[in-house]
Design a binder for this molecule. Sequence first.
Ligand code: ZN
Length: 406
Amino acid sequence: MPRVTNAVLPGRAAPATILFENGRITAIEDASDVPAPPGGGGGEDIDAAGRTVLPGLVNAHAHIDKTLFGGPWVSAPQVETVAERVAHERRHRDAHGLPSTEYASALVEAMVAAGTTHLRTHTDVDPGVGLRGVAAVAEVARRYRGVIDVQQVAFPQGGLITNPGTLDLLRDAVDAGASVIGGLDPAGFDDAPNAHLDAVFDLAASTGTGIDVHLHDGGSLGAWEMGLIARMTEEYGLGGRVAVSHAFGIAHPPTRERLLERFAEVGVALVSAAVYDAPVPPLRACAERGVLLAGGTDGINDLWGPFGDGDMLRRAMLIAYRNSSRCDDELLLALDTVTTNAARVLGVEDHGLRVGGPADLVVVGARSAAEAVAKVPARDLVLRAGAVVARDGVLVGAEGGNAPLH
Ligand SMILES: [Zn+2]
């Protein structure tokens, strides 16, 4: 039976040995309690040597259909509004060959090498690009099946009510495999908050999909929209299946506490990529009130902006940093945003370092999980279902190296 020895695990005092078989963890024992294999063998052993082992990392918000990762360097425009960024992307995406399975694959490989096992990605759907993005992402998901699980959000990046034809395409995207319906600033971008959210919730309810709304609208406008989303989540009975991404309006002091209370009551999750100088949801307040806060990367190296590398530990660090976190407890809350919490937002139950759980293990050069968040160390080894899929930041192939991945 293969095993990882001398592993430091989050929340466990003594070094542990993790035993696994057929892709599942069969036991987690104190290292001192586990005898060496007879005959001094241990050929299947991986000695973590006191390093930290984390569960598979989960990216709850990306846009792999937009990325230029691995391609030529393209300067993003220095513009201020979402509408200007959308317009810029619409003008230039075709010239850059977007969406591109090649760039998306390069990014997914970087994500896997950094320990990501599950990904939610918002794919643009509009009358211009049609379902080409959905098809491209589905192809990339097939290519890396068994290594990373990819969940698509059908995303009306170009508007929904203001962009006729998009709603029908969102429905077609669900038929093509998207499992979540997206939304975008129902008031600030689409100028039709009630019609926009009615359309999103009706489609989700009729197709059995989840909801994940981009909400850059801040202040009292964003807070009002979040109150509406909470009410509709309750009315449609979609608790536990609705997320608000970015949620800049959560920082609006007069309504912050009440909104967190409502989100906990009705089951609305928050997703943050801790981007630029925009507000980040409060890590400790969310944990204390029972609001799921998950981390994502948002867009990486695309026509919107130059940053990003697909590393979810770095994103946990940014969420902690932007929350002014200093103590280990808070660093571990930040780790939850890219592991346990993100898995729950994606509806992934088969996640976590526990007996019976998947042998999705990430060995990192840190002495504790808190240090891993603070220092963002190299990923020495990534296992998916017990098979090594990446070593020292490089993919080595699935299923014990039977075939190159790409
Ligand atoms: Zn986004």
